[in-house]
Design a binder for this molecule. Sequence first.
Ligand code: KG4
Ligand code: ZN
Length: 355
Amino acid sequence: MNILAIETSCDDTAVAIVRCKNDFKNLQTKVLASEISSQIKIHAKHGGIVPNLAAREHEKNLAVIFKQALKKAKIKQKDFEKEIALIAVTKGPGLQPALLMGLNFAKALAYFTNKPLIGVNHLEGHIFSCLIDFEKEKNNDINLPAVCLLVSGGHTQLYEIKSWDDISLKGETLDDAAGECFDKIAKMLKLGYPGGVFVSKMADQFILKNKNYKKQFNLPRPLIGSKDFDFSFSGLKTAVLYLIQKLKKEKSFTQKTKSQICFEAQEAICEVLVKKTLNLAEKSKAKTIIISGGVSANKRLRTLFEEKIKNDYAFFAPDLKMTTDNAAMIAVAGYYQWLKNKKDDPLSLEVDLTL
Ligand code: KG4
Ligand code: ZN
């Protein structure tokens, strides 16, 4: 069946059409269209996402991106009712004004065309991003059990996937998300938004030029030794803040020390993420480790995983385009709920910030 999906939880207006077949274990997906209008340039001026501004941009862009997606999928407007079997939309978590725009659009569309509507958990979408490929048809080739590290701007979570019907949250951040930590450090260093991209660029350039660099700042690796699967990044952020203050006082806050901070902070974040994921993989007797979400684009994180995993687990890191928010993953999450006989009422579906 063809699923039309809409995603507006944050700063990307995204519409996708995905063909899904079979039960989840034998899932076959084909992305017919995945259109995204990014607002990064608009929010970068403000150093972070402004929710009302995001909503205004979604309102401006949704109809246009929707039409663009139909065109890309070669579905004529008059054939919409015949070609599209289900509408999926992100209902949370995310920014309320932004979510409302996508939800309203999807509700009106579903009501008008008499199509079933499913409100989707955005995080479920990120988990399922391992089941799509923007370029080609894809069969579900993930060997279970698996663990999934979901690292985005707002979430850092570890899931155990025993079977496709048994996915459970095993740990998450107690305070800041890893992406948020990258973003806040970038803000302290006045590097730009989204912070993770800038911090990782500076870190990678630094280590390339200073191959034998020995760590100097002793930044904390919060909860790295704890037996649970939770994370905490606010202490690391504060440690970086104090370090910057100290360097400024000593008049040694330079371009070089800024790069050193980027490198050392990235090491600290990645080491914790990898260690905790491997702990869960071992406990779950996992065959596969999956990473997803914006931070999973981080090169150092991928390399560290590859180094530590060796041949013990299959490793799935999504295509870079798939790490950030998109609607194709929302379509797959919608299909997942559809297979469970879930449906929402187009007139009463609401944003759900409790997810
Ligand atoms: O999943 P995502 O696009 O949006 C949310 O649902 O939050 O994740 C955005 C986050 C931001 O915090 C951004 O700084 C981070 O992903 N990010 C990165 C990298 N690219 C994006 N963090 C570290 N390294 C990167 N290369
Ligand atoms: Zn996301």
